[in-house]
Design a protein around this ligand. Structure first.
Ligand code: NAD
Length: 442
């Protein structure tokens, strides 16, 4: 779907006009297709105290052929700024954070990245330490709002001992793959299972529901391009499109209504025939928007069934009966509506917020089997679903975030792909917003 204002504001005459009128000019975001999927650079690394992440960052930079600078220079333009604040425990120890960014923040290039690394607040020894570490989240959320619209600003809380497990997360946050993710904390803990040596998705067996269009299509395209073996599921009514798409990108189509009484058993049989899934992405979703007083029972029921109860049952059956392999991944597509609420979406918001609870409850249970479960919460993504929203509400949804634009389906796909990486086993039980730091539910 196209964003005409974004195109206009970045055209010759449009740029001049929006500039003269003082109108916002969101920059088109750079994604993997424009700039590659690697880490931005050069990197400027600062920190307080021991700097737990130095070795991991050095490895990451070397793997991406990027230079790491330890001292700021006014002559260098940096692709990324990283500050290791994991040892900060009192007001004096966050002064270096202020000084580092005060000096360097203007030297970040367009589409650059800023990452602050902390220790999870609840792991600190005392109240002052917890206050300071929690305070870093406020710092990052504010800097994300101050930064130019194309720059992602991230908070990574890394548990002591989980430094190596944070590498895939840092690689994601410091790359164009995280184009529409900004201004929120992400925690990395000890991985739920030993990670294999090989990087990436090659050979992973991946199930994606709701795969024939929109976000689901972007997910199967990304996984297939990365060498995964993908089962692309959609309703029997989507047969023509799904068959065509599956043949085009080389994935296996599966026509199934996930709310059918035997859907979980059918998927378990499919999983077993492949030796188990490595990744299950619950993307299928529906909206039946109406204010509560006018909502029909079938509108309530179908949203609950498709968005929450069916995928929850499928997850539980697959996990209980060996349908997911060791170091498996479950990722559910929640929504910003589930975080912020939305008029006309009581049914949808309940179903999507339900995943926040489900992920929280299931994460420790699944971790015991070496499986992670996370959710992504997209904000305004340019799809047929959002194209159907009335113009004024659509424009508001697009602009009310720090990046001044809607995201693309590939932004959600990239976030899911990062969570599904074999080496991302340290990220579990989290809800990652893909919303350009929407003002809603912030
Ligand atoms: P979409 O309507 O384009 O695609 C949803 C897909 O799910 C369709 O292909 C549909 O056929 C399939 N589906 C519906 N019911 C099904 C069932 N019972 N069994 C199997 N498949 C079924 O939607 P989208 O915009 O691509 O959204 C994908 C997911 O992202 C949804 O869960 C949606 O709620 C969520 N989401 C979207 C946005 C956005 O801005 N587009 C924002 C937040 C969350």
């Amino acid at each position: 779907m196209s964003d005409r204002y974004l195109d206009f504001a970045n055209s010759g005459i449009g740029g001049w006009l929006t500039g003269s009128l003082g109108l916002p000019r969101p920059a088109p975001l750079q994604r993997r297709a424009d700039a590659g999927g690697g880490v931005v650079g050069p990197l400027l690394l600062g920190g307080y105290g021991e700097g737990r992440m130095a070795a991991v960052l050095a490895r990451l930079a070397a793997a991406n052929a990027q230079v790491v600078h330890a001292d700021w220079s006014p002559d260098v333009r940096y692709g990324g700024l990283v500050f290791d604040a994991s040892a900060c425990r009192d007001a004096a120890s966050v002064q270096p954070l202020y000084r580092f960014f005060h000096q360097a923040v203007r030297s970040v290039v367009e589409h650059g990245r800023i990452v602050v690394i902390g220790t999870p607040p609840d792991a600190m020894a005392d109240a002052e330490g917890e206050a300071i570490q929690r305070g870093l989240e406020g710092f990052v959320r504010s800097l994300a709002k101050e930064a130019r619209r194309s720059i992602g600003v991230h908070m990574g809380y890394v548990d002591a001992g989980a430094e190596d497990a944070a590498q895939t997360t840092l690689a994601f946050l410091l790359s164009p793959r995280s184009a529409y993710v900004t201004g929120q904390p992400i925690r990395v803990s000890a991985p739920v299972a030993a990670a294999p040596e090989a990087l990436g998705h090659v050979g992973q067996r991946v199930l994606v529901t709701g795969a024939s269009q929109g976000i689901g299509e972007a997910i199967i395209r990304l996984f297939a391009a990365e060498g995964a073996q993908v089962t692309a599921l959609d309703l029997p009514g989507a047969q023509v499109r799904l068959t065509y798409l599956a043949a085009e990108i080389g994935v296996e189509p599966l026509l199934l209504d996930i709310t059918a009484p035997d859907a979980a058993e059918t998927l378990l049989a499919d999983a077993k025939s492949r030796g188990g899934y490595d990744v299950v992405v619950h993307n299928a979703g529906v909206t039946r928007d109406r204010t509560l007083a006018r909502m029909e029972p079938r509108e309530w029921d179908s949203v609950m069934a498709v968005n929450l109860t069916a995928p929850l049952t499928i997850t539980q059956v697959l996990v209980a009966s060996g349908g997911l392999r060791a170091n498996g991944r479950v990722v559910a597509v929640s929504s910003l509506s589930g975080i912020a609420g939305n008029a006309g979406q009581t049914n949808y918001a309940l179903s999507k917020a339900g995943w926040i609870g489900a992920v929280r409850r299931l994460a420790p249970q699944l971790a015991a089997q070496g499986i992670t479960i996370n959710a992504v919460a997209p904000g305004f993504i340019e799809t047929q679903m959002t194209a159907a929203i009335p113009f004024a509400i659509r424009e508001a949804g697009r602009r009310m975030n720090s990046m001044g634009q809607g995201g693309q389906p590939v932004d959600v796909a990239e976030t899911i792909a990062w969570l599904a990486e074999p080496q991302s086993g340290g990220v579990n039980g989290q809800v990652v917003r893909v919303c350009g730091q929407s003002l809603l539910g912030a």
